[in-house]
Write a protein of this length. Structure first.
Length: 67
């Protein structure tokens, strides 16, 4: 990948699916709150697929919260 200094650097990368699988595999109790949050957000997005009005409602709430 290109670094800020313009040089190419070797790096490890992962796509979204791989990152989520890595998070799922972490056995630490400290990872549990993040895993629960991730499951909650995933569930909410699945609900929004079934009912698009939920997505527009969430977008309006975010827009209002930002002022």
């Amino acid at each position: 990948m290109m670094a800020k200094d313009g040089k190419m650097r070797d790096t490890d990368v992962a796509d979204t699916e791989t990152l989520l699988r890595i998070v799922q595999s972490i056995p630490s109790p400290k990872a549990e709150p993040f895993k629960r949050w991730l499951a909650k957000v995933g569930y909410e997005r699945l609900e929004e697929i079934e009912d698009p009005e939920l997505a527009s409602k969430r977008a309006r709430e975010i827009y209002k919260a930002k002022g």
